[in-house]
Write a protein that binds this ligand. Sequence first.
Ligand SMILES: [Zn+2]
Length: 101
Amino acid sequence: MKVKKGDTVLVISGKDRGKQGKILDVFPKEEKIVVEGANLRKRHMRPKRSGEKGQIVEVPLPFPASKVKLMCPKCGKPTRVGYKFEGNKKYRICKKCKSEL
Ligand SMILES: [Zn+2]
């Protein structure tokens, strides 16, 4: 997977297209991610005590990582991720400004 937890990404398809958010969780096996504020579903929370009202909260659900582009923190543009190798180390780089991510 090219993105990881904590990255800021831009949603490029689906109903949340254009939204930006931080990756809260990644599921590498399924190639899915959870992004703050994207792919929200309403969940009904039952009241914890009698007399309280149930609440509706919106929670972000996982969706395919292919639907996002990484926002480069250096140049501030949505970009593709490239890799650079130095010895045994692998770095992610922004394909636009070439800086390490
Ligand atoms: Zn960049």
